[in-house]
Design a protein around this ligand. Sequence first.
Ligand SMILES: [Zn+2]
Ligand SMILES: [Zn+2]
Ligand SMILES: [Zn+2]
Length: 566
Amino acid sequence: MDRPCENAKQNGRVENNGSLDVTNKCRPVGVGEQLPETMEFRRDPVKGEGLFARRDISVHEPICALPYSIFMALETEKLTTTCYSCLAVTSSHIPYIKGTAQEELSLKTCTGCSQVKFCGKACQTKAWKAYHKLECRIFDLYRHNFPPMMIRAAMRVVLLKDKGLLPQQYWNALTNDVVSHEDIWKAAPENNITAMVRDIKFVTNSKLSLETITRMFWVMRTNSIELPVSVHGGIGTMLDPFFAKFNHNCDANAMLYRPWHTVESGWNLESNPKPEQRSIFATVIPLRDIKKGEELTIFYSDPTLCVKERNAKHMMNYYFECTCSRCVEDTKTATEVEDRMPVLSAQYVALAQGVLRQLEQLRADEEGGRLAYDRASQAWEDGIAQYLDFPQLYTAGDFDQISLHLAVSGLQLGTFDKALINLLRSYFLIYPSRIPGRHNYSNIHIMFVMLETFDILLGINCKDKTMEVARSADVKGSLRRLSKRGFSIQTLLYWRLRICVHLRKCLEASAAKDLLPLVARMQDRVLLHGGSEAGPEEDPFAEDAMKKYLKLSEARWKVVLNETGC
Ligand SMILES: [Zn+2]
Ligand SMILES: [Zn+2]
Ligand SMILES: [Zn+2]
């Protein structure tokens, strides 16, 4: 049998070759370079400087592009599964989930330090010349006391600066152009920065003063963002002095997006990027159509958190209080809910906190993990039904955190039915109302993970050599529990198809079209399994089964379906 992905091409169904729409307006904006024609700086007397749309921007076009950022560091545990140069990812941190991982790519360990890996000679040479020749000896020396991510990020900048390898305009941008909140941090009671900065100066043997390195560290601390990989989520931290200029809004209209091909690498050649496309490391894409004159904003914090927690995070990490319309609205709703149903909201908070506590123990206690997981999962299942008609109670707060924890742990433990219901709840109940843009990161990620979970249950796979095979006893157990709750194989197949079609629609209505070949491949997997090309037929039984499975009332289900757009 041919690999489904090959079939996809032969059928001619993949019209988009997965390449990024790069026009002049979307050339990467380097430090000190002119802004693209889509945006301009404006100064607001209250909020300070911000970026604004110079013209109407359609949801289909990237707003701007960013070049490869040298100010970055990978999370320590991702060093073994990520190319240290092009950032190709060889395996997902979620078991069984392939996503865009390039499992067939094997990484070779750097013989100097044995701490980082490369996908090939070209990547190794490039990284060596650009930065790794400075780090390698230090990584080797400190292999047993390996520096954490933030230290490594700051260390790289210090080393490059010392050796004259950092362009002056980058150094200027870092030291003069972005906020550091240094004074506020210095006054903070607990602060181990002094020790860290001394360590950095010591191991790098830097000529820079402790004061300069301290400031650098604060700049990184204040302006770094998560380094994402297409559908995989975060793998590290990065700082782009231009991207740092985007302000936050809890109802943001833009997000950072890492195209599937990633920078200048040879991986994912399926998408066959042109050289100018390869030089694009990331883009900023709209979450909706944006009107001329609107401020371009991104999320600094998770919009599914409640307003109190969001603002605690903003204060702690960025030193500002958000006063966006979402925050005003959320505060009003929270007060109303507490006034109108004090008992119910207190009970809900107690339930969520109880389950979270149980889940935290699960992490600490590996032995008996399955049992502890089952208990937490059951408590959540039994408790949650009575609150699901009151989205104002649960859409902000711990719900999403609990769902994701239960989903990932469920996949790790092989309780796929429990993983699935929690993924479905985030997909149907949380993201549509909390995160704008159906093609937003969280939504795309959750849809990919969900489709993979469906495939494990349905026994569909892409025949990838290295794909971990789920234990059949786990799959059978999960299917039995699903069937007890009215979810037959037929129902699973129906929703697998329907969600895949929805994912394609979301991506088609976005500037993230480079993921379409991946979705086509997922659709083909089902076709080989006997699904129909036209997509799922209307099936009132399957809809009803989902409604009951999620424990939703008829009225709430209607709203949810409409909001999700599935
Ligand atoms: Zn590479
Ligand atoms: Zn090395
Ligand atoms: Zn806000």
